[in-house]
Design a binder for this molecule. Structure first.
Ligand SMILES: Cc1cc2nc3c(=O)[nH]c(=O)nc-3n(C[C@H](O)[C@H](O)[C@H](O)COP(=O)(O)O)c2cc1C
Length: 202
């Protein structure tokens, strides 16, 4: 796996209240392991979902990430945080997982919490923004909001399993989504070999 040259500016990670807390954990842990600085914020709904889906608390996760020395956390109500301003340099942002509520807010310019404001900043400053939206089935409202974001240059990366790679576990699927997310942000240039489609067995 080849690293790109971005590592100087932090990547903002917004965690909203859709299912998929494990993917958020995977993305942040992978970035920190690669020594990419991370600035994170999580909605109150995200913390509720985390409590239901994860074997360790969000507080414990924050402590682990903080141990890296490269991690900063701001509460979602802190709209004075540096990432609320376009003058603060970041490489870009991922919202993982991204709820339909957060998708709708961003698509309509509502910056009523730090996740939404930081995403608005990325769009206006033309910085990379990836969302990992999770909902099923999707209504026309959801699809229209995501289409609007896609047309603005946002990468819409649903956490779809790579069936063709025959994942054996949820962890395999999460690892794949994490790598696709890192690639979408330009943190890595190529996926690890085992995650690349090699064509049909010969
Ligand atoms: C356990 C649980 C799972 C949820 N899963 C989803 C989901 O997959 N997608 C979604 O859009 N909303 C989901 N929600 C609803 C959102 O959390 C809710 O709309 C919330 O207001 C989103 O707020 P936020 O965007 O500020 O995080 C879920 C809620 C709970 C409690």
């Amino acid at each position: 796996m080849k690293l790109s040259t971005i590592a100087t500016h932090p990547i903002v990670v917004g965690i909203s209240g859709a299912s998929g807390s494990g993917i958020a954990n995977g993305v942040i842990s992978a970035l920190l392991q690669m020594e990419v600085p991370v600035i994170a914020t999580a909605s109150s709904a995200a913390r509720m979902v985390w409590q239901q889906e994860m074997d360790f608390s969000f507080g414990e996760a924050l402590e682990n990430w903080q141990d890296s020395g490269n991690f900063t956390y701001y509460p979602p109500a802190d709209i004075q945080a540096p990432i609320a301003s376009g003058t603060f340099p970041t490489h870009g942002m991922v919202i993982v997982p991204c709820s339909m509520s957060t998708v709708a807010a961003i698509a309509h310019g509502f910056s009523d919490n730090l996740i939404r404001r930081a995403a608005d900043v990325c769009i206006k400053e033309r910085r990379p923004l990836t969302i990992v939206p999770r909902e099923t089935p999707l209504s026309a409202i959801h699809l229209e909001n995501m289409a609007k974001l896609a047309r603005l240059g946002v990468t819409v990366l649903p956490p779809e399993p790579p069936f063709y790679l025959k994942p054996r576990s949820l962890d395999d699927v999460i690892d794949f989504i994490v790598e696709k997310t890192l690639a979408s942000l330009g943190v890595i240039e190529t996926l690890p070999d085992k995650m690349q489609y090699q064509g049909p067995p010969r």
